[in-house]
Design a protein. Structure first.
Length: 336
């Protein structure tokens, strides 16, 4: 499935877990999963049940609708139940309901992307032992540190306010001047970076300055990632005389963090452990130059390149051919 199909998902009919009930199952019978209200023929989902034992052992995914509309939970118990319905076995989110809802919404997006047939994270936990996110392929656990995002947000906030507000923009270096020229529609200051990308980043900065509270910690950190890529990478590419950096692909969604970790899960499940570990070797110079067209972090090693590229694809970016060729070489996960 390509990007067109991803866009198509937006218009697919929406269903929620909570609106479903199952009728009692008899051996060798047909049972239905149906909506509580206003059931129509099209909304019925039928499956043949061969015998009672098979019902007990059948993967629960068979009962899941292919598309679910996310609804935020009102309590931790509700959030845990929701995640378990999506296939998470151990869900240890402490008492952080906001992060639990954030994670559940990202998992719902993955569920919908794969039409319900998703290789879900078995274990998810909050911890202060990681910086932001990590997928541990040995314990099959997605680990999240919301505090890391909260702290990073404070730094982002300070950086944006000090660098971009009009009175200090010129005092605080090129980024402020760049921002104010871009606001007037002048994108020639760094003319080898895609104008749409500059506009997207600086429009987001402007929205942030107008209403910082409308950004949660994940969105604010995503904005910082975009800004860093646009500035660090542009300087680096210019200083090496290699002007192949037209835009970065960090942008797109506050759920990018989880999509990135999900790529690690898919990769670690499809490769043997030696092959997966081989992915953390240093990249060749040529491959690194290609990888860093995606994001700065994608240049870290082959596994990070793969995860960053998968994330960009989920976010709907059409990527350069050399990037996709390297992604294929790395056995990057196919999108459905
Ligand atoms: Zn990673």
């Amino acid at each position: 499935m390509g990007i067109d199909a991803l866009q198509g998902l937006n218009s697919a009919p929406l269903q929620t877990f909570k609106s479903y009930t199952t009728t009692p199952v008899q051996p060798n019978s047909v049972f239905t999963v149906q909506r509580n209200a206003a059931t129509t023929f099209a909304q019925l989902c039928q499956a043949v049940v061969p015998d009672a034992k098979a019902v007990q052992t059948a993967p629960s995914t068979e009962l899941k609708p292919s598309r679910i509309e996310f609804t935020p939970a009102g309590s931790m118990d509700e959030a845990a139940e929701y995640a378990q319905n999506l296939g998470v076995e151990n869900y240890n989110m402490g008492d952080d309901l906001e992060t639990a809802n954030y994670v559940n919404e990202a998992l719902t997006n993955l569920h919908n992307l794969y039409g319900g047939d998703v290789n879900m994270f078995p274990n998810i936990e909050v911890t202060d032992t990681v910086e932001f996110f990590i997928y541990n392929s040995d314990s099959k656990t997605l680990k999240i540190n919301p505090q890391g995002f909260a702290e990073n947000r404070q730094e982002t906030d300070q950086f944006i306010k000090e660098s971009m507000v009009a009175e200090s923009a010129n005092k605080n270096g090129a980024i402020g001047a760049w921002y104010h020229r871009a606001l007037k529609g002048d994108f020639d200051m760094v003319d080898y970076i895609d104008k749409d990308f500059q506009k997207e980043v600086f429009d987001t900065v402007q929205a942030y300055l107008e209403n910082p509270d409308s950004f949660d910690d994940f969105e604010a950190t995503e904005l910082e990632a975009m800004l860093c890529d646009m500035t660090n990478l542009s300087v680096r590419f210019r200083s090496t005389g290699n002007l192949t950096f037209e835009r970065g692909y960090a942008s797109g969604s506050k759920f990018s963090w989880i999509y990135h970790e999900y790529a690690h899960r898919l990769q670690s499940e499809s490769m043997d452990s030696g092959e997966y570990r081989h992915g953390i070797r240093e990249m060749s110079k040529a491959d690194k130059a290609i990888a860093m067209r995606i994001t700065e972090y994608a240049g870290k090693n082959y596994n990070e390149f793969t995860a960053e590229t998968y994330k960009a694809l989920i976010n709907g970016h059409k990527l350069p051919e050399d990037v996709m060729a390297l992604y294929k070489k790395c056995n990057g996960p196919q999108l459905p």
